[in-house]
Structures are given as C-alpha cells and as structure tokens.
Write a protein that binds this ligand. Structure first.
Ligand SMILES: Cc1ncc(COP(=O)(O)O)c(C=O)c1O
Length: 480
C-alpha cells in the first residue's frame, strides 16, 4: 500500500509557490473566469505541462511515476492514464491490435466507441451475439460456444473484442475460458471494462478481466471510482499487443493539452482503490445490505441485484423505467439510466468514514413510487432484438461510405440496410449499425423505445418518423 499520489502532490507544491501565469490556459489560474467561486478556485490547479509537471505523451517524471503506481495497483505490465474517457482507450486498443482489413470478432452489444474504433481502423468485424439475461432483462455476455463458432468460421481473426461487465454489472462466467481459447490460437483479447475499474478491490466484486488474462483492458475510472468525468485507465496484461502502438494511438487520439485536474483525480482514484481495506469492504457490504433490505419492503418495488454489488436495478409494476426515472427526478434522485423495464443505480464505493443519506433516499423513493400510481400504466412487450449468433455486416465500411443513402419511413425499413447507427442512450449500445439489415424485431424494439420517450442518438430523423438506409440498387455484397 502506498499513500503516494505524485500528480496530486506536485500540483499542491506548485500552487503553494503562488506562481504568476503567462501561459495557457487563458483563465490564468481562474482569475479571469466568471464561473462560480468553487469552480474558479479549482482552476488554480488547472495548469499545463510546466517544469516539474511532466508530459502525458512522453512521461518521465510525476506522470510516469503515477502510471507505474497504477500498473502496480492493477497487476498490469503497463498502465496508462487517459484524459479522454474509455472512448479513447477503445479507439487506441483496437487500432493498435489490428491492421486494415483484419477480421476482428466483436461482441454485438458493444459500446458505440468500439464500433467507431472498428470503422477508424478499417477492419472487418464479425459480430457475436450476446446472451439474453432474464434476471436483469439485458443483453449480457457472449458465450464460449458462440466465440468457438466464430473462431471456427473465421480462424484468421486477429483479435476478439469483449465487454465485461455489461452496463448493468452482469459478468460472464466464461471469460477465463474464452481468453484461454483465444490465447491457444494466439489471438489477442481486448476488453472494454469501462464499468469495472473497481473490480480490483477483490471480493465481493467480480474478478477483473486483467486478472483473468486479457491482453488489453480499458476502464472508465470516472464511472465507479472517485475520478473526474473522462478520467480512465488502459492496462496491458501481456506483450501480445505492441506497447509502442498503444502509445502511438493514444498520442493521436488524446488531446495535446491534457487536463491536470483529470490526471490528478486519476492519481487520487488509484490511491483510493489501492487503499480500500477489508474493514471498508465489510462496512460497504453492511450498508448495502441494509439499504437493499429496506427497499425490498416498499410495495410495488422490485429490486434486482447483478454480479457487481455496485449496481442495482429497480422496477415498479406496470410502469416503464423511463416513467420511474421521471418521478425519481421530481424527488431529487438522479439515477444512472432508465430502460424499458427499470432504472439502474450505481451505488457509491464508500469507505468507513463516508456517510450517504440512505434513509432519506428510501423515503423519497417511496414518495416517487406513490406518485407513479397516478400515471398511465405501461406494459412493455418484449419485442427485443433476437440476435443471430455470428453475423457480418452486409457491406464493408468503404462500401457504406460511397453508397447513396435515402430517408424512408420507419414502417418501410424492414429488409433495408441501415446507413448509420441508431442508439438508445443510455446505455449507448447501438440497436443497429451501418451495414446491418433492419428486421421486424429491431423495428419493434425501436417502437418500444419511442413509445417510452427514450432518447435515441444516431443517424435518424425520428421526429419525422424517418430512418436513413442505403439506396437499393446493385450494391456489391462483400463477405466482410
Ligand atoms: C461499455 C462502455 N464502454 C465505453 C464507454 C465509453 O466510456 P467513456 O465515457 O469513459 O468514454 C461507455 C460509456 O458509457 C460504456 O458504457
């Protein structure tokens, strides 16, 4: 255990000297800022690559030390601090592992940043469908069987890209076996562990992908550890992927003016995790158990647990997650997301001395649920996408880029090839990606989201009920 936080310590030392700024950023330690006072004072730490403050892209001082401490905390061969979210980690990891035209096996319910990475790297994705998890009512992990089939059909695959856990904390029990299978064939396993930066704490949290043998793992420290938004980690578990390539793409995709506030918060988050003790874990478990038991006594409310103790789902009979979320907001409870069935809460990874107003939260929750009684009842039909085990897009990224597009009514898209993504957000998992065919199940799922007033990102004009598809003609049908 170490109490060292080299970036935090250097910033404190820097500020003590009360230096005068003739450098970027232009707010000059916050003096010129019109932001509220609390933010303005934090800006005195929002500095740039001055002497003693090192350089994220070529670290030799405090950032290098912070990254070494990070690798030690996670048992990684190399670790990197990211200031542009897991998004940038995913872009760099895929690009570093694959050459243009490579076949890459990808979990179909990946985050949009993975799809963007595939497109930027010009690879040939083979999508492997996840299994449906009845408990959480979400698309969860891919099975070992599905990966075996994909590898049999595409033995030339260069990498397998998986998400572990899913947004709701559901973890695959087969990840270790999948990794072994891939490694037998010398195929790299890249894991988007955006929601698992805290797994390193150990039980009762699931085993981390890094510990299970993954080659590269990307984590949004900001999602579950006390790091600032966009603060993330990238870890390398083996030498299968060239570290120089990872560094090259991180330099390309990340800002050349990385935020020291984010870097310091990552340094602090690593220290927080590294010093999370057994008494902390015991206290966390006790508080969580008490909270959940108290919630289970509220009529009409169902609480569902997932593999990750930080995540819980709440459902109210005859109402959608979107309706529940709206009522919760009215009583001042902001949840992580809503879907057709439920809302998702991310609990705080409390230490012994922290307090959280669980009793107050429970009473507000009861109030929100009683408000729902006056709302129209909504029964959500399960029109959810039935993924086919292994699929490839109908067209390659280049073919999609040059193909003509047209806007058609969403009642007429079945059988047509999508020209862009349609993404219910959150969780940000595309319902369809460019090059895939619209099916009845996908249109029904979209209808369900729309009927529940869900937010839908992507290439659509849903306000005028239109979706963009490729023009029908004689497109070259590619295998990849
Ligand atoms: C599974 C998954 N991967 C990647 C990301 C992107 O992470 P970030 O917001 O840190 O860029 C998200 C964001 O929600 C996510 O859910």
């Amino acid at each position: 255990m170490t109490q060292r936080r080299p970036i935090v310590d250097a910033l404190i030392q820097f500020q003590k000297r009360q230096p005068v700024s003739f450098h970027v950023p232009g707010h000059k330690h916050g003096i010129l800022s019109g932001l509220p006072e609390e933010i303005q004072s934090a800006l005195s730490y929002d500095v740039t690559e001055l002497s003693d403050l090192d350089d994220l892209h070529y670290p030799q001082g405090i950032i290098q030390e912070a990254q070494l401490l990070l690798a030690e905390a996670y048992g990684a061969k190399r670790s990197f601090l990211l200031v542009n979210g897991s998004t940038v980690g995913n872009l760099a990891m895929v690009h570093a592992a694959c050459e243009e035209g490579d076949v890459v096996i990808v979990q179909r319910n990946s985050h949009k940043s993975i799809f963007h990475a595939l497109e930027l790297a010009c690879v040939r994705p083979v999508y492997v469908s996840p299994q449906w998890d009845e408990e959480s009512m979400t698309a969860a992990a891919v099975s070992l069987n599905a990966i075996e089939s994909a590898l049999e059909e595409y033995p030339e695959a260069k990498a397998v890209v998986l998400t572990y856990p899913n947004y709701y904390g559901i973890v695959s029990r087969e990840l270790a076996a999948i990794i072994s299978l891939c490694h037998e064939k010398n195929i790299a396993v890249l894991v988007d562990e955006a929601h698992g930066a805290h797994f390193q704490v150990g039980l009762p949290f699931p085993t981390s992908a890094l510990e299970l043998g993954a080659d590269v793992v990307v984590q949004s420290a900001h999602k579950t550890l006390p790091a600032m938004t966009m603060g993330s980690f990238l870890h390398m578990g083996s030498d299968r992927i060239n570290v120089k390539k990872i560094q090259k793409y991180l330099r390309m995709y990340q800002s050349s003016s990385p935020s020291y506030l984010i870097l310091a918060s990552l340094d602090d988050a690593r220290s927080y995790l590294q010093n999370y003790s057994q008494p902390d874990i015991r206290m966390f478990n006790e508080k969580r158990d008490r909270f959940l038991s108290s919630l289970r006594m509220i009529p009409h409310l169902t609480v569902v647990e997932s593999g990750d103790p930080l995540k819980i789902m709440m459902r109210v009979d005859h109402h959608s997650g979107y309706q529940l979320k709206q009522k919760l907001e009215q009583v001042g409870i902001e949840v992580e997301l809503a879907d057709l069935f439920q809302v998702l809460l991310i609990l705080p990874l409390l230490k012994q001395w922290h307090t959280y107003p669980f009793a107050e939260i429970r009473s507000r929750l009861k109030e929100a649920i009683s408000m729902l009684e006056d709302e129209e009842r909504q029964e959500t039909k399960l029109g959810l996408t039935k993924f086919v085990d292994v699929t490839v897009p109908e067209l390659s990224f280049e073919e999609i880029d040059v193909a003509d597009q047209e806007w058609v009514s969403y009642t007429q898209v079945i059988g047509r090839i999508a020209a862009g993504m349609v993404i219910p957000y959150p969780p940000g998992i595309p319902l369809i990606v460019a090059g895939e065919k619209w099916t009845l199940a996908k249109v029904e799922e979209l209808m369900n989201h729309l009927a529940s007033n869900a937010q839908i990102q992507g290439d659509h004009r849903l306000e005028s009920k239109q979706l963009s598809v490729l023009q029908q003609g004689d497109p070259v049908i590619s295998k990849g």
